[in-house]
Ligand binder design. Structure first.
Ligand code: PGA
Ligand code: ZN
Length: 427
């Protein structure tokens, strides 16, 4: 039984305020959670509440959200059972009363939702991923029409950021991330060693070529001032080779284009190419050329968040050869995921808990993703913390992939390390 809920303001990996909540149960168990925050946010995301007081953290304070937990959300769930995640989340959504959680703040609501699950897992004395796995299967069964097969916890394939651009690294490149996936590694720990080796070799290559192989972006990926987007992919391919690994055969490449953020006045405007304007079809041509030239097997946000027709074309043309991943496109929103399935406008969904704002809705989003036959990629935000809930989530729902950022900076490593521990428990 939930006895007390308490929130405080803490700082995220960019030194920006965020919300931490604690849920205390009658038996003495306690769970806590810190919510993350994005920079290249999609417009369909749930709203985080910020104080907007310019004299306090430049308007970025979260004291109002903290107050909403301590005075409204917390008291409303005191007396409920922490295991009743769905009723609990429904209650939180009801008190807020808006479709995008803008009244009390998705940051306030999510912190409470996650802390409650954490507290229940502690009370039951089971690892969080096992606890969440039970909930996931319950949600998935409810949504399934007819036959239902429950999923067992499973380690996801990491996709790790190597070079950052866009809003995560001062706009050096148009494309936001170039990532690697050690898809042929026999298990997670082996893949992690490959990733670190590639990252180090990439630093050496960048330095040798006169770029900044030590300056990193928000997620720990290198942020070099390269002449163009294509050079970034070329560097990563060479780093894979220098690490003694085979591009394509052992390690493949993923890109997060984050195209919503350079789509203006109906065109994709590439700053790295003197403002060259591409139509939606020309962007797809460009991505196809890249896929032919490089071992790319995953393209995230290759087009802008409302360019649904373009997404259909992209999926039709490249979906047979790669994951076409919707991040800003879906915003972890069940309705948008269903629309994507109806239109066949992607074949994979990026899952970020704070885009939707409660644990139950996140689990629903994953279940709908799988029911559509799409792949699920559990993802961090560019603003993170030492909280590792997402690692447990990815294993609990048997996500295909996990996207944490790079293997530098401890808010990222906390999550990679949590997966090492979970891997031991699954062995
Ligand atoms: P964000 O970036 O957290 O800044 O939105 C992550 C991503 O685009 O995948
Ligand atoms: Zn993205």
């Amino acid at each position: 039984i939930i006895q007390r809920v308490y929130a405080r303001e803490v700082l995220d990996s960019r030194g920006k305020p965020t919300v931490e909540a604690e849920v205390h149960l009658s038996g003495g168990a306690m769970g806590s959670a810190i919510v993350p925050s994005g920079a290249s946010t999609g417009s369909a995301e749930a709203c985080e509440l910020r104080d907007e007081d310019p004299a306090y953290y430049d308007g970025q304070g979260t004291l109002l959200a903290v107050k909403n937990v301590n005075h409204l959300l917390g008291p409303a769930i005191v007396g409920m059972r922490a295991e009743e995640q769905m009723s609990l989340d429904e209650r939180l959504i009801e008190i807020d009363g808006t479709p995008n959680k803008s009244q009390l703040g998705a940051n306030a609501i999510l912190a409470v939702s996650l802390a409650a699950a954490q507290a229940a897992a502690v009370a039951w004395q089971v690892p969080l991923f096992r606890y969440l796995n039970g909930h996931y299967n319950t949600v998935a069964q409810k949504l399934s029409r007819g036959s239902f097969v429950s999923v067992a916890p499973r380690m996801p394939l990491p996709m790790t950021n190597m070079i950052s651009g866009g809003k995560h690294a001062g706009g050096n490149l148009d494309f936001q991330d170039i990532l690697v996936m050690p898809h042929a590694a026999s298990h997670y720990a082996v893949g992690l060693e490959w990733i670190v080796r590639i990252y180090r070799r990439l630093g050496t290559l960048l330095n040798r070529a006169g770029y900044e192989g030590y300056l990193v972006g928000d997620e720990g990926g290198y942020g070099p001032r390269l002449p163009g987007n294509r050079e970034a992919v070329e560097f990563v391919v060479r780093a894979i080779e220098l690490a003694g690994l085979k591009p394509g055969e052992q390690v493949s490449i993923a890109i997060d284009v984050a195209a919503s953020h350079f789509y203006r006045d109906g065109a994709y405007q590439l700053a790295a190419e003197q403002g060259k304007k591409l139509t939606s079809s020309e962007m797809v041509d460009r991505l196809e050329q890249w896929m032919n030239a490089f071992p790319i097997t995953s393209i995230e946000d290759g087009l802008a968040e409302e360019d649904w027709n373009g997404w259909q074309e992209l999926t039709k043309r490249l979906g047979g050869r790669a994951h076409i991943v919707g991040d800003d496109l879906f915003a972890t929103n069940p309705q948008r995921i269903n629309k994507g399935r109806d239109l066949q406008a992607a074949n994979a969904v990026l899952i970020k808990m704070n885009q939707i704002g409660t644990l139950s809705e996140t689990l629903e989003a994953v279940a709908l993703t799988k029911r559509a036959g799409f792949a699920a990629v559990v993802s961090a935000r560019s603003g993170e913390s030492e909280d590792t809930f997402m690692s447990d989530l990815a294993v609990a729902v048997a996500a295909d992939r996990i996207k944490i950022g790079s293997i530098a900076r401890s808010e990222r490593l906390a999550k990679y390390n949590r997966l090492l521990r979970i891997g031991e428990m699954l062995r």
